[in-house]
Design a protein around this ligand. Structure first.
Ligand code: IVH
Length: 683
């Protein structure tokens, strides 16, 4: 009983602490503890909640990592409608708006100017300070309830501070910052999936995912800009902002109280300048009447408030010549059209290329070679072609058609059954696919054979030493020593000489050796099956348990797995139907790679017999638990604290200084995850 009470108390204490630090980190952007210390508090809460599920709160900070799956988002009617905003691109119309206001309420009023965030509008309901519902705008009257997904967004408080009213409904915008957007599209590109055209689409798409743990990884953010309700006890929008902030909401600092129309335009112009350097997209400025009394007197039309207007920035646009269209082949064989443009200045940078996404986009634009095209960067980060001046087209101009054959290997291109992506089916011998698949296989998040970078891989391919991922495991010292090549670094275009000397060769061979311990889910991800990202590889590995069961799974068995769509199921069956792929898997299996979830539970070796380890920090390749499993699997034991009996401290990033000091004091060797792998492989 005593234990139980203590656990309950500690859970409450940890919850409060974590919420507090979350607020400092995400709302105030002023963290008070290191990420590592934060993770430790969260780890402790996770394990206490596991042990005492009866004390787990629905709004516990552990909910941020997601896990709940929503099959269908229920439609919910808004208590207060979610209005849209009248908008304009013309300053004259803003002046007209000001005249209308003056006519209706006289000369004495203030404006508040804010940014118009380009994301997804959200309505959040809090009862007794706890988030109970998150609903999208929908048609303004009814929206979709997406509470589980919204709970994963760290800047949205799950419990409020400073005693807000018992029932409140706040309004804001969920958006995807540029950094998260670029990372997401990079991953999608690697997985051969079609890209999101802009951060707004990416945010909207993420919020509609069924699995909230995937939403958690999308790193969405939110600004709250208003409170809905009648007879609010705050006289102005400005006061309301302050109140929202005190309750723990993330409210933008980029707001200004303006006395009259003449103070509005400097704000508008200032942010048009700053727009390019903000870490998120905005598409204009919202101008609102500050006093709630005056807002009420002005009222609403059927769609818009009469007390606010959005001034939208024009997308910056430039005209240039379409010199060529390239068809780029990615590692999974997906072919993407890219426009090559006569260089043109646009929104502070020179644009030479623009993405054309896919065949449909190409068709929609009806592009011809040498066309005069318009390029826009309307806040979006990737320039895009938005139109063609057909009047300037030469009469005999040739229409751009999607390539029929792979520009790299000449194979006839195929199209996904849903028509979205063209791809080269010659996966075994198309050069960028060979290179891409090996590069993916050795990458950090896959098998982590870091000593082999892009340049060295290319050298091995060009010398005929490797042609596929299985060949890596047949390499020996004599294959490598003395190989040499000049290599152009794609990052900076500089020439580098790569030569395989004694030390390089040893590093490569021991990294390959160590990679044999990689767990099954990662091996599965490393194979580079089209559309199979890290998360789904994990799910499939857990679901089927080993590669044979996965290989023998029918299309129907695959789509029956949570979150496996038809596209992914087709891609998986096609992969295993290809003899070349199954042969490679057999060779990898013979090389000792792990193809079963269960093999990690069985003792795999005795390399670490009798050795005692302490594990601390955040690791690149493995989670902390995976490191512990790896040690135990090879006969070592893992302890919670360092003592004179500790043989090694396995240290990741952000390890607490206290642990390092203790290790130094007791002369315990500190090793990295890589050195641990080497310790295992050397036996
Ligand atoms: S106020 C009744 N403020 O713009 C007034 N909206 O075109 C309702 N938006 O659906 C909106 N930033 O998604 C307001 N600072 C801001 C905004 C903002 C972005 C979006 C919001 C709304 C749309 C209306």
């Amino acid at each position: 009983m005593k234990d139980k009470n203590r656990a309950k108390q500690r859970i409450e204490e940890l919850t409060k602490k974590i919420e507090e630090h979350n607020f400092h980190y995400y709302v105030e952007a002023d963290p008070k503890i290191s990420d590592y210390e934060f993770d430790r508090l969260l780890d402790e809460l996770v394990s206490l909640e596991k042990e005492y599920p009866e004390f787990k709160d629905e709004n516990s900070p552990t909910q941020r990592v997601g896990g709940q799956v929503t099959k269908k988002f229920p439609a919910v009617r808004h208590k207060y409608p979610m209005y849209s905003l009248a908008n304009t691109y013309s300053k004259e119309e803003v002046i007209d708006f000001d005249k209308r206001i003056k006519k209706a309420i006289g000369e004495s009023f203030e404006y508040v100017c804010e940014l118009k965030y380009d994301g997804v509008a959200i309505s959040l309901t809090y009862e007794n300070g706890r988030l109970v519902r998150a609903v999208t705008r929908g048609d303004g009257v009814t929206g979709d309830e997406i509470t589980n997904n919204v709970k994963t967004i760290p800047s949205i408080p799950l419990r409020l501070r400073n005693e807000p009213p018992a029932l409140i409904e706040v309004r804001g915008e969920i958006y995807m910052p540029h950094g998260s957007f670029l990372k997401l599209n990079r991953q999608k590109e690697e997985n051969g999936e079609s890209l999101f055209a802009n951060p707004r689409n990416a945010a909207a798409g993420s919020l509609k995912l069924q699995d909230s743990s995937v939403v958690a990884k999308r790193r969405l953010e939110c600004f709250i800009y208003g409170l809905a309700g009648d007879n609010l006890p705050y006289p102005t929008h400005w006061d309301c902002h302050k109140e929202l902030k005190s309750w723990g909401f993330r409210v933008s600092e980029d707001v200004r109280k303006c006395n009259g129309i003449n103070e509005i335009f400097p704000f508008v112009d200032e942010y048009e300048e700053k727009r390019g350097s903000l870490p998120f997209d905005i598409d204009g400025v919202v101008i609102k009447i500050n006093s709630f009394d005056q807002q009420d007197r002005l009222g609403y039309t059927s769609k818009f408030p009469r007390w606010a207007i959005a001034y939208k920035y024009k997308a910056e646009r430039a005209g240039t010549i379409l010199e060529d269209v390239l068809f780029q082949v990615g590692r999974t064989g997906a072919v993407t059209p890219v426009a090559v443009l006569e260089p043109v200045r646009l929104a502070g940078s020179t644009v030479k290329r623009a993405s054309l996404y896919n065949a449909d986009k190409l068709e929609e634009l009806d592009l011809h070679y040498n066309d005069y095209v318009y390029v826009e960067k309307g806040g979006d980060i990737i320039p895009k072609i938005v139109g063609v001046d057909t009047g300037k087209r030469e009469s005999r101009a040739r229409k751009v058609v999607f390539a029929k054959k792979c520009p790299e290997c000449g194979s006839e291109l195929a199209r996904e059954p849903d028509g979205s992506v063209h791809y080269c089916p010659n996966s075994m011998s198309c050069p960028p696919q060979i290179r891409g698949r090996i590069e993916h296989f050795i990458s950090r998040r896959a098998m982590n054979i870091e000593s082999l970078g892009q340049g060295k891989t290319e050298l091995l391919i060009s010398k005929g030493k490797i042609n596929n991922i299985a060949d890596l495991y047949s390499l020996d010292y004599h294959d490598l020593i003395g190989l040499e090549k000049l290599y152009k670094d794609p990052e900076n275009g500089k020439q580098k000489r790569i030569s395989f000397r004694e030390k390089t060769v040893k590093n490569i061979l021991s990294a390959i050796e160590a990679s044999r311990n990689t767990p099954f889910d990662r091996v599965l991800y490393s194979l580079g099956i089209r559309h199979l990202g890290e998360t789904m590889a994990k799910k499939l590995a857990r679901h089927f348990g080993d590669i044979d069961k996965l290989m023998n799974a029918s299309f129907d068995e695959l789509v029956a797995v949570k979150d496996v769509g038809e596209k992914m199921a087709r891609s998986i069956t096609a992969y295993f139907e290809n003899r070349g792929n199954t042969e490679i898997i057999e060779r990898l299996r013979n090389a000792g790679l792990i193809f079963s979830m269960h093999s990690s539970a069985e003792p795999a070796g005795s390399a670490l017999d009798g050795k005692s380890f302490v594990v601390s920090g955040v690791f690149e390749k493995y989670s902390r638990n995976e490191i512990k499993e790896l040690i135990e699997k090879h006969g070592g034991e893992v302890k919670g604290s360092i003592s004179s009996k500790t043989d090694y401290l396995v240290a990741g990033e952000k390890m607490g200084p206290e642990k390092r000091r203790k290790a130094e004091e007791l002369q315990v060797p500190v090793i990295s995850e890589k050195q641990l792998e080497e310790l295992i492989s050397k036996g």
